[in-house]
Ligand binder design. Structure first.
Ligand code: TRP
Length: 356
């Protein structure tokens, strides 16, 4: 990875066309993901779709949160691979790196600085009550010990969101407690220093807040091995759909089946644009007039149709890794300028420009 070109002159100049001036024209989005691997259908329906839709209206910061990669912070080759996989996925689904900023978190070390300051104003109890943190902590404890950094990652997420003064944070629903925390921290900061430095951001959850896994588990995730990835090829998708969990109470195609809560139909609803076909399948399923095989074949077809253009674009960008690298380098450099401008304001508000 080449280091970002840092343009210190524009970062501190209050006049002229710096990043903060451009941002003033459009409200900002900051959203992010941990670099744990390639993206799947759950990411798409839960968040990405909103990002794609909103990227014109808002100035978007898309963050790859490598400081927060708690699951395998000891495996940096894997983190590196995941960073590029995610950037490729983003390009492939049509997130435009010209209008938006692909950002690698650790290339903007101001995130770490802001986290340190903000952490002083948040009582530990507030984190201990955070339901998402609680659940993740339990998982971690079951596997190994909990690293100190894990406990502070929501604070870092707060710093991520406040850094570009984001107004909107489109995410999966498990992230909402962290956005609530961000609002609280923004309020505290503004109140303490009697300045309006940070806006209170809103969360926005996608069309399918939490997509069920192919195994019927409540959440699609790479670690549960129940995900269909945006980069899966046609055969892989066919095979994964063939193996999908359906209605466990239904033994024969002539048994009346359940549509509600049935992963195959949840996916049809989410990804098959042919509503008539889906309704017809549902009617026949409930009446015991269609087998799982046909339902699954039609689903695989719909998913492949949905994924085809994404795959095509991915192949193009895979053949041009310099585009991916540039998107990450330029986006991160821009974000760093924005971060330096915010940090100047933060220091000023706190009165810590000790020596002028
Ligand atoms: N914690 C988020 C997740 O696990 C990723 C993330 C990091 C994020 N920083 C963020 C999401 C800032 C939204 C805003 O998915």
């Amino acid at each position: 990875m080449t280091p970002p070109p840092t343009d210190a002159s524009s970062s501190s100049a209050p006049a002229g066309k710096g990043p903060s001036d451009e941002g003033a024209e459009r409200k900002r989005i900051l959203t992010g993901i941990r670099p744990t691997g390639a993206l799947h259908l759950g990411h798409y329906a839960g968040a990405l779709e909103n990002w794609i839709r909103l990227q014109q209206e808002y100035e978007c910061f898309f963050l790859i949160a490598d400081y927060q990669v708690s699951d395998y912070a000891d495996d940096f080759p894997r983190v590196r691979e995941a960073i590029f996989d995610i950037a490729l996925d983003w390009l492939s689904v049509g997130l435009d790196p010209e209008g938006s900023h692909y950002t690698i978190e650790s290339m903007v070390p101001e995130h770490a600085e802001l986290t340190t300051w903000l952490s002083w104003w948040v009582p530990l109890g507030m984190l201990e009550r955070n339901p998402t943190l609680k659940a993740e902590m339990k998982d971690l404890e079951a596997k190994s010990s909990v690293p100190v950094a894990f406990f502070n990652y929501p604070m870092m997420q707060v710093a991520n969101i406040l850094m570009p003064k984001a107004h909107l944070v489109p995410v999966g629903d498990d992230q909402l407690p962290h956005i609530e925390l961000t609002r609280e921290v923004a309020r505290r900061f503004n109140r303490t220093f009697e300045r309006d430095v940070f806006p209170e951001p809103e969360g926005l959850v996608g069309r399918v807040a939490r997509l069920v896994g192919t195994d019927g588990n409540a959440k699609m995730s790479k670690s549960r091995n129940n995900a269909i990835f945006l980069k899966d090829d046609e055969d892989t998708v066919n095979q994964k759909v063939r193996g999908m969990f359906t209605d466990p109470t239904r033994l024969r195609a002539t048994d009346p089946g359940h549509v509600e809560g049935n992963p195959v139909f949840i996916y049809h609803d989410a990804f098959n644009p042919d509503v008539d076909e889906v309704n017809d399948l549902k009617e026949r399923y409930v009446a015991g007039k269609v087998g799982d095989v046909e339902v699954k074949q039609k689903l695989a077809k719909a998913l492949n149709t949905f994924l085809d253009p994404i795959r095509e674009r991915r192949a193009h960008f895979e053949a041009h890794p310099e585009i991916v690298r540039d998107a990450l380098a330029h986006g991160s450099a821009y974000s760093r300028e924005v971060a330096q401008a915010t940090m100047a304001e933060v220091r000023d508000a706190m009165g810590i420009n000790y020596v002028g």
